[in-house]
Design a protein around this ligand. Sequence first.
Ligand SMILES: [Cu+2]
Length: 164
Amino acid sequence: MNRSLVLLTVLLTFALQGDLSHSEPQASTLQSDTTVISVDSTNLRFSPSSVTITEGDTVRFFWSGQALPHNAVEQNGVFDTGEPARAVDESFTFPLGSNGTYVFVCEPHESVGMVGEIVVEPAEVPADPPAVQDDAEDTPFVSAVLTVSVVGLAVGARRLQGNG
Ligand SMILES: [Cu+2]
């Protein structure tokens, strides 16, 4: 193998490795869960009456076939399932920035303690993808240069031996 062919092979090898080592940063997605709040068997309590969720999550007020009509009305009007009903299926999503505590009541049964609360915790902001370090980019190139130098020395040494 002649010297230039060796050089070319080495350089091509490292060029290909360089391409393969590049990786795209992964796009992060916001997790979204749904928590169901229903009515318990006493017919006068939400179940569960206190939930903790994260921004981006949804709370679904869901009951059917109840003996008494119920609703869920947030004390500041943030959400409201409407008129009390024996069957309700209403969902509310808490957007980014909505962290806080939301107290809601069943209007017909507030006086007997049919109240609940939703604690919304701030969403974890995904960390910035790690910055590409110059060292990581340089390392394969340095290796290539070193390898080429070693190969060059070996070829040169063999020529000297051949000449001597
Ligand atoms: Cu009720």
